[in-house]
Design a protein around this ligand. Sequence first.
Ligand code: ADP
Ligand code: MG
Length: 641
Amino acid sequence: METHAFQAETQKLLDLMIHSLYSNKEVFLRELISNASDALDRRRFEALSNPALAPDGPLEIQLIADRPARTLTIADNGIGMTREELVQNLGTIARSGTLEFVKRAQPGKEGDAAPDLIGQFGVGFYASFMVADEVDVVSRRAGEDGAARWTSKGLGEYGLDQASRDEAGTTIRLSLKAVDGDAGIADFCDEWVLRQVVKKYSDFVAYPIRLTIVEAASDGDAEAALPERREVEAPLNSMKAIWTRPEGEVEESDYAEFYRHITHDFQDPMLRVQTSIEGTFEARALLYVPSKAPFDLYHRERLHNGVQLYVRRVFIMDECRELLPEWLRFVRGVVDAEDLSLNVSREMLQQDRQIQTIRKHLVKKLVDRLKQLAKDDREEYEKFWAEFGPVLKEGLLDFSEKRDRIFDLVLAPSSKEPGKLVSLADYVDRMPEDQEAIYYIAGPRLDVLRRSPHLEAFEEKGIEVLFLTDPVDEVWTSQGPVTYRDKPFKSIGHGEVELGSEADREQAKAALEKDEEIYGDLLAALRAAIQDDVKEVRLSSRLKGSASCLVLEEGDLSPQLEAMLRQAGQAIPERKPILELNPKHAVLEKLGARFAASPTDPLIADAARLLLGQAVIAGGGQLEDPAEFTAIVNRLMTDVL
Ligand code: ADP
Ligand code: MG
């Protein structure tokens, strides 16, 4: 037997691993099984061009848990390693990820050998030393006669020797450390533990993983010297990586079952999207849109779902948020990448170009699929929209995504067809020639919006107005200028209205100017009465049936958005609205007459308060001083009665 020293980095790594308390020591099995699976892939591949390398039996992975001896053996009939390959692969560190790990985990650096790093980077084969005092590898390269043995206690050196093995492949025997719950060392000879770990990480590995348990013979047994071997009949893994199979070959019920398996949702999904990326690197994805929004959809920190990441059928992590933008966080499913390292960490994922490419691809596929649904099955799409529309609209806040693609998916109620939703595309398509903007009004209650005084001029002219009722609408609309298909969004509660043709507008303007001459002094008196509450009192052509309404200046935050920002702890300066009055309303005409007769009549100030109060109520707001409002109304009633 020859003895060799490990490379310096390898030694540091082993020390770190063995001495750090890491609760996730079970990943060692994931690493060894995935190595075995890689070796089986290679053997199958090489046998294609060289049939002499084909195995006698089926390709598989064997686990042998010898309970009396406390060893766990992982054996495969894969490609195997020559003596030189054993040295190269197990005695040196070639992988950048591992080197990086060693650098990051240098003692004395921040966080010391932060144990989590092991989980982030994984350490492949060396992970065995987390749970084993000694590792013994016997391997025979396919196509070679001899086998070699590599053994190490993970203490700075390893031994190399000749060995024999009946068939090509690799057998790794771990002499397990004592079970130690505090150190996260479970009983890896226990059938239940092994089943759990295999199910968690290696369920979709494409080769059967079989388990044999060796028990101490029971006391009463005559041949007590011979331990009992028991083969667990069925493979531990399901091997059902249905995302790898062509869509036409999988039953819809299997897709639904898989969905329930990964989500624990008892309902069927609403949509399924299967896609693959080919080219310089490969990935497959099988994604689902649930039929109901989870209750925690708006509590991002608590949302325990998202997409699982696999690398070559081996489970890497749940909730891989890097794979989809936040506004698609309701999407569930799996992404399986061919060329990522098993040991990717979350930090690495954020910068990973492949992940970025996958993400772009998935966003496009999902958006296209939803568009298709909107076209093919409007009823179903409206169900989708009711569940996830507000989340999808969060994407409008994200400038890195192409906004129009999301706008294409947006539905909203409108003033045209009560009880129905219109798409923005339909809205724009049926806009009159001379309409320049997409008009909307935002607020929390649809019924209030529908009766808003601001709508009057629009209704009269037959111009459609969208009602935006989700909190997120307040936000994206305020990030102006916002456009869809080159049409700007315009709030009918902000700024001045200019509707109709050039001639119409000129006419309206002239009429307004005339009214201003008539009512100029009255307006000043009204303004004086309520100057603490409004910025201005002016006449407007936007009102038809109502006497007054409140408007904001172009660019002002809406009251709802202000409230949200204040709640979020931001200091928002006081902002006063503008009170607009309808010069054609009987109230104004009478008020004008009264003012002409007696400019200091206290009724003028009362009227100002009432007009303001009405406007607040019509906008769904709350009166600053309801008692005062009631008192004025009562005074007037008493006079009239
Ligand atoms: P990685 O799998 O990322 O390359 P590992 O530390 O897990 O890193 O394994 C190092 C190398 O050892 C592998 O790349 C492979 O060449 C070799 N190896 C490990 N296990 C086996 C096995 N069961 N059969 C054949 N080769 C193996
Ligand atoms: Mg590996």
